[in-house]
Design a protein around this ligand. Structure first.
Ligand code: AP5
Ligand code: MG
Ligand code: ZN
Length: 215
């Protein structure tokens, strides 16, 4: 199954993708996670990307298109993939269509997780992340020990772009550059809308009902 999870910052793409990837045994490809790993490792890509990410801006299309082309060509994508955070612009979506045609892995569906702006701000401002990939929320999904990751015991941190002013900027960038993809994928008859405002398990169940059709 070849799926893209779509939605604004904080909609729950990462939270859902983590579960879906285990359940369906397909790789979770988060461009945000790949970029953050590069920032942590101090690679050339990471140094370039950080300037944009810290301001809540998008990293240039040509960087992302190269990155996603390489990642989708890896052999673990042979049985399917779950995209999270890509595509985010019309040029990225056009490039994706070309790449997927070349490798013969066209999308089955684009699942759009809908959540109100107020809820997004609450989710993002309360998120706490771990370098191992886990993430928590101070109210909605607190770790067993405050500030400590349940999975690996490391200290949790707040993402630099989860500060209030940067959150507002990310939402503005989403509305301007990314939201037009809803019509783009609706026209392509790939879009499925999901109510993302419920509890994690409820949203997960709704997404599974869609993905089961492509097993
Ligand atoms: P990226 O990492 O993709 O961030 P994002 O799209 O802004 O989305 P988030 O990861 O913030 O939210 P999410 O939907 O994954 O929510 P989560 O599950 O964590 O991108 C970061 C930056 O990288 C971009 O700004 C850009 O600079 C760059 N970048 C990445 N991809 C790019 C691209 N393609 N092109 C250009 N630049 C790119 O949940 C959020 C919180 O809510 C958590 O605390 C969670 O516990 C909680 N939560 C989740 N679900 C629920 C629920 N149902 N109920 C209650 N709480 C919930
Ligand atoms: Mg995420
Ligand atoms: Zn951890």
């Amino acid at each position: 199954m070849n799926i893209a999870l779509f939605g604004p910052p904080g909609a729950g793409k990462g939270t859902q993708a983590k579960e879906l990837s285990k359940y369906y045994n397909i790789p979770h490809i988060s461009t945000g996670d790949i970029l953050r790993a590069n920032v942590r490792d101090g690679t050339e890509l990471g140094l370039k990307a950080k300037q944009y990410m810290d301001k809540g801006e998008l990293v240039p299309d040509e960087v992302l298109i190269g990155l996603i082309r390489n990642r989708l060509s890896e052999s673990d994508c042979d049985t399917g993939y779950l995209l999270d955070g890509y595509p985010r612009t019309i040029p990225q979506a056009d490039a994706l269509t070309d790449i997927l045609n070349e490798i013969n892995k066209p999308l089955d569906a684009v699942i759009n997780i809908e959540v109100s702006d107020n809820e997004l701000v609450k989710r993002l401002s309360g998120r706490r992340s771990c370098a191992c990939g886990e993430s928590y929320h101070v109210m909605f999904n607190p770790p067993e020990k405050e500030g400590i990751c349940n999975a690996c015991g490391a200290g949790l941190y707040q993402r630099d772009d989860d500060k209030e002013e940067v959150i507002r900027q990310r939402l503005a960038v989403y509305n301007d550059k990314t939201k037009p993809l809803i019509d783009y994928y609706d026209d392509a008859e790939l879009l499925v809308n999901i109510d993302g405002s419920g509890a994690v398990d409820v949203v997960l169940n709704d997404i599974c009902n869609i993905m089961d059709k492509f097993k």
